[in-house]
Design a protein around this ligand. Structure first.
Ligand code: KIV
Ligand code: NA
Length: 271
């Protein structure tokens, strides 16, 4: 398959095709996901939860992200590879963010993701002007879970929605090419996507109107311990059947359902 690039992803989105992103932490899954048609692999700091067994992403270290980025980069061939800048590795200054981003790029990332708006706009401009593609992340930003007071929907009221729209616009103007929107009302996901035609919006619990969707791999496979958030679907589960799908078919179903607008179903997965 032709290698993914930003122009190619923009071209797919412009033709109305929904993009699929999944988190990925190792070489074997990189190949499985990309063979199933997933265009974008995210080495998410959710590895703090699903790989390291922690209760938040706050303790994840930059060396952990470098290690898993290297693993995924070795396994993948054509997918676009995004890696998370972890908590503490970018907030202090644009220079700190640049040094951390270089480590992820050297490990094989093609784009880095960072959480938050406002004060991070200058950092996004600093990185993009120096050749580092950036994915912003707004809405629920799990690295700030303690400051936000828990994992809750963001931008529910008009004032909150307006701040998110302004942040998204500022990020796009600063050069961010992609934006993950997490746990926001469907209306906010739609507005931000309409506001910024050149920006690839990737939603998780953000409704069906974004340019694409992302899930944590372990959630899609139904193996994450504990309570599952509303926006998640276990794609191994076949309604009305006792027999589940294997990993390859579950991932293929996710890709097919996102492309055919069967996932997310706003009446089930929306806010
Ligand atoms: O770390 C992660 O898995 C993420 C996705 C939920 C977008 O940031
Ligand atoms: Na993350």
């Amino acid at each position: 398959r032709q290698a993914m690039s930003l122009p190619r992803l923009r071209d797919l989105a412009a033709r109305g095709e929904k993009l699929t992103m999944l988190t990925c932490y190792d070489a074997t899954f990189a190949r499985v996901l990309e063979d199933a048609g997933v265009e974008i692999l995210l080495v998410g700091d959710s590895l703090g939860n699903v790989i390291q067994g922690d209760t938040s992403t706050v303790p994840v270290a930059l060396v952990d992200m470098e290690y898993h980025t290297r693993c995924v980069a070795r396994g993948k061939r054509s997918a676009w590879l995004v890696a998370d800048l972890p908590f503490g590795a970018y907030e202090r200054s644009p220079e700190q963010a640049f040094d951390s981003a270089v480590k992820l790029m050297r490990a094989g990332a093609q784009m880095v993701k960072l959480e938050g708006g406002g004060v991070l706009v200058d950092t996004v401009r600093f990185l993009t002007e120096r050749g580092i593609p950036v994915c912003a992340h707004l809405g629920l930003t799990p690295q700030r879970v303690h400051a936000l007071g828990g994992f809750r929907v963001q931008g529910r009221d008009d004032a909150g929605a307006a701040v998110l729209r302004a942040d998204a616009k500022a990020m796009a103007e600063a050069g961010a090419a992609m934006l993950v929107l997490e746990l926001v009302p469907s209306s906010v996901g739609r507005q931000i996507t309409e506001d910024n035609p050149g920006l690839l919006t990737i939603g998780i619990g953000a409704g069906a109107s974004t340019s694409g969707q992302v899930l944590v791999l372990h959630d899609l496979l139904g193996i994450t311990p504990g309570k599952r958030p509303r926006f998640v679907r276990d794609f191994t589960h076949v309604p009305g059947s006792e027999v589940g799908l294997g990993i390859r078919d579950a991932v293929r179903t996710y890709v097919d359902d996102v492309k055919a607008l069967r996932f997310p179903d706003e009446s089930i997965h929306g806010f």
